[in-house]
Design a protein around this ligand. Structure first.
Ligand code: ZN
Length: 372
């Protein structure tokens, strides 16, 4: 047994006795006692095989869920084995869970809770929860206790289905995180087995609690320089290969670039409300010049990639609206170094005449722009 974060594997005797549906019922009762699944909130899913997952029904008191209530779904979202209790529908969380299974390799279980600590801790941070130097960070897959534990925070929506797009982006943007916090709502946590998902959930809960206590006692909460920034921009250090700041943990070493520095270089970044996007663009008097798609599966990928990634000095103003996906705009500073801006859906970047730029795809290698 290690010092935190150990698991005994999924095939222990106890697990065989209980079965996957039994485990879901057991976890709900335990989480209910902890206040993580009160008011019929929360959801749990465990993978059955390559194509199917068990998931709890919607709108039932979670501490009373029984094995015959639980639904088997395939990853396309179709019901394979319905609930044996009439009138029970699949959990509202289903699209969010299926997305985690689809986007992350080797996920065997996803858990969603409404714990008080998850709700409260998100109040202390902007777009990322951050913490370092706690023993239980070791409980997170791929982390040492001295690593930064960074969890993306997304905004809540009226229905759970409204979270799907933002959860997708958070999963893609934070490949090291095994969780997503939803502000004023709760947390999603996953792992390769239900045991590992449970252990990670408990480690996150503990860490959230410690950070809340630190705040209560006015202790300084360590934060990365990237914390609470709308603009994610840093000096690209080609020697340290800090290409993707979140992927290779260069947070500590990064030289961050502020919004006002970017302004000095005639670069501005705005986050638009994507629901009224067409209207906003019209109000700004922008005229569409070109629509560009860069994705590994398009026919003329090399041609588009070469066109975008070549270094060039702008002869006139160029404005880009990111319609979907993510990527980097690199801006050359006076010292000849690249200032790397991570852009994503709903962002509008304005580059004035004379700016030296190039575009670089990120790990997702998928972006659609509108150029004005
Ligand atoms: Zn929920």
């Amino acid at each position: 047994m290690g010092c935190g974060g150990s698991t005994q594997g999924s095939d222990n005797q106890w697990m065989i006795k209980l079965g996957k549906k039994g485990v879901i019922c057991y976890l709900f009762r335990e989480f209910y006692k902890l206040g993580w699944c009160t008011g019929s909130g929360g959801a749990i899913s465990i993978r059955e095989d390559e194509n199917t997952v068990w998931i709890n029904p919607s709108g039932v008191m979670k501490e009373l869920v029984e094995e015959h209530d639980i639904i088997l779904m395939n990853l396309k979202g179709e019901i394979v084995v319905p609930s044996k209790t009439t009138g029970l529908r699949r959990s509202e969380c289903t699209p969010n869970f299926l997305q985690v299974y689809g986007l992350r390799e080797g996920v065997g279980s996803v858990i969603h809770t409404h714990s008080m600590n998850a709700v409260m801790v998100a109040q202390l941070f902007g777009t990322e929860f951050q913490c370092i130097d706690l023993q239980l960070i070791k409980g997170m897959i791929g982390h040492k206790n001295t690593d930064w534990c960074v969890v993306p925070i997304i905004e809540n929506s009226e229905y759970d289905t409204g979270l799907t797009e933002n959860i997708k982006r958070a999963i893609m943007d934070y490949p090291r995180s095994q969780a997503v916090l939803v502000r004023n709502h709760g947390v999603f946590v996953w792992g390769p087995t239900w045991e590992k998902a449970k252990i990670q959930l408990e480690c996150y809960e503990y860490i959230f609690k410690v950070v809340l206590r630190m705040h209560k006692y006015n202790l300084e909460i360590p934060k990365l320089p990237s914390c609470d920034k709308n603009v994610k921009c840093w000096i690209l250090d080609e020697d340290k290969k800090s290409e993707d700041i979140r992927k290779d943990q260069q947070h500590k070493l990064a030289e961050w670039v502020t919004e006002s520095t970017l302004k000095q270089y005639n670069v501005t970044l705005e986050i638009l409300n994507s629901e009224n996007m067409e209207e906003i663009l019209k109000e700004k008097g922008l005229i569409l010049k070109e629509e560009l798609i860069l994705a590994s599966n398009i026919d003329n990928y090399d041609e588009i990639r070469n066109k975008l990634t070549i270094e060039r000095k702008l002869e006139s103003q160029e404005i880009y609206y990111i319609y979907s996906g993510t990527g980097y705009f690199d801006i050359k500073n006076d010292g000849g170094k690249w200032m790397r801006i991570h852009v994503g859906k709903g962002e509008l970047i304005t580059l004035m005449e004379g700016v030296v730029i190039r575009f670089s795809p990120d790990i997702m290698n998928c972006i659609t722009f509108k150029k004005f």
